[in-house]
Design a protein around this ligand. Sequence first.
Ligand code: NAP
Length: 247
Amino acid sequence: MKLKDRTALVTGGSRGIGRAVALALAEEGADVAVNYVSNEAAARDVVEHIRKMGRRAMLAQADVGDYPDTFRMAQEILREFGHLDILVNNAGINSDKTFVKMDHASWRKVLAINLDGVFNCTKVFVDQMLGQGFGRVVNLTSVIGQIGNFGQANYAASKAGVAAFTKSLAKELAGKGITVNAVAPGFIETEMIHGIPDKVRNRLLDQIPLRRFGTAGEVARAVVFIVSADGDYITGAELSINGGLLM
Ligand code: NAP
């Protein structure tokens, strides 16, 4: 097992990619805190799966876009686990509209969760990671942050912001035993993309050399690689997992 005795927090661990990451970390031996904002039943299901593997797991409810709420969650996790080694900043939303129709509230909401959320969750654990001289931070960005997309100005801006944050923090923390990386998925089969109409799906598939969307498990395996000893020499990277959509 690659992550024995490690502790992890996966934000947005109740569904989709976050769920797959939480389970994959636990399979490699980590104890996992499963963050969610409102879907307690789904998060509880992930926690129960992890406990069945013999690992410690806990529910960690918080709106990552809210700093005081995130701070409270961090205290609960540190009380329960004693320390945190691995932080996967995965929680994210989209609220798609062309820029002309996009209102300020939609812009703020996406930036608050996707970008401020990464700041908040990293901020509340960084001192503890510095104190122990070890940390692994992985942020979920997106191919959309790299190439932009019609109707996703808010989402693309948030993910490009996270990519730049990742590289800056990687430089600041490299000498302190903490690596900071991003994974940039293309189109992955989760609830986030279920609303895409068939016509658009087919157009997207035409642009993906591997001719299919990815799975949450495929993203999770990359995260495990980065946070295990296999990834010890990787920092400041943004790993594309997009079937060749951008190369
Ligand atoms: P998803 O299936 O829609 O799940 C979203 C997760 O985020 C849920 O666990 C949700 O919790 C949580 N969440 C939402 N708002 C939150 C908040 N304010 N505080 C805490 N948790 C919150 O999403 P996904 O497709 O797995 O995406 C996961 C990450 O990968 C996101 O950052 C997304 O931008 C990125 N990504 C996804 C794709 C894709 O094609 N799916 C591609 C590129 C990047 P609840 O269950 O409580 O609602």
